[in-house]
Design a protein around this ligand. Structure first.
Ligand code: HEC
Length: 159
């Protein structure tokens, strides 16, 4: 029996609210970023397209620096970032994908994040990542338009 099931059993014996506590523990785990593991997962699953520095490839692959942080100003943007096919269909599990995206945001998009930014949890990623987006370009254009309407004009429609 692992530590969590032991904890759950103890809590159940004492009639404590297990669900709430168990969820809290899982979220806290996903939000703790292990930089070395995130970098390794990025290298194996994202870097081939997005380049080692996350700069992307002009006209073909969007950068994962700077602009990505602006999308976090919109709930639809949080969804977008984990539903693009490269993220949604990656071999990473929900917790690993949450970690890689949180790591990208906190390491390379810090200035662009909203003041009330909350890192992704594994649960949020599980809820949002599927199905992978089919109309990525249209969705992105729509989000950029929404951001522009909110006065966030630094994010460009093209990359
Ligand atoms: C096979 C190439 C490929 C891989 C691998 C890949 N991506 Fe992408 N990614 C793209 C392309 C191309 C786009 C542009 C949208 C589209 O056409 O899917 C994109 C878009 C994105 C976007 C939206 C950025 C924006 O400004 O529009 C995010 C976020 C993203 N990818 C994250 C990731 C993450 C995280 C991984 C690794 C888990 C990853 N991608 C792996 C090719 C890839």
């Amino acid at each position: 029996m692992n530590a969590l099931s032991r904890l759950v059993r103890t809590l159940r014996q004492h009639g404590l609210p297990i669900l709430l506590l168990a969820c809290g523990a899982a979220s806290a785990r996903a939000q703790t970023i292990d930089n070395a593991r995130a970098l390794q997962n990025y290298t194996l699953n994202c870097m081939g397209c997005h380049s080692p520095t996350g700069a992307g490839v002009a006209g073909k692959i969007p950068p994962l620096r700077h602009a990505l942080g602006y999308f976090m100003h919109l709930p639809q943007g949080r969804e977008f970032a984990v539903r693009v096919p490269g993220a949604s269909n990656s071999a990473l599990d929900d917790s690993e994908l949450a970690e890689v995206v949180n790591w990208l945001l906190i390491s390379y998009n810090r200035e662009e994040l909203p003041a009330d930014f909350r890192p992704y949890t594994a649960e949020e990623v599980a809820r949002l990542r599927r199905p992978a987006l089919a109309e990525v370009a249209q969705r992105r254009a729509h989000l950029v338009e929404m951001l522009h309407r909110q006065g966030i004009t630094d994010v460009k429609p093209s990359y």
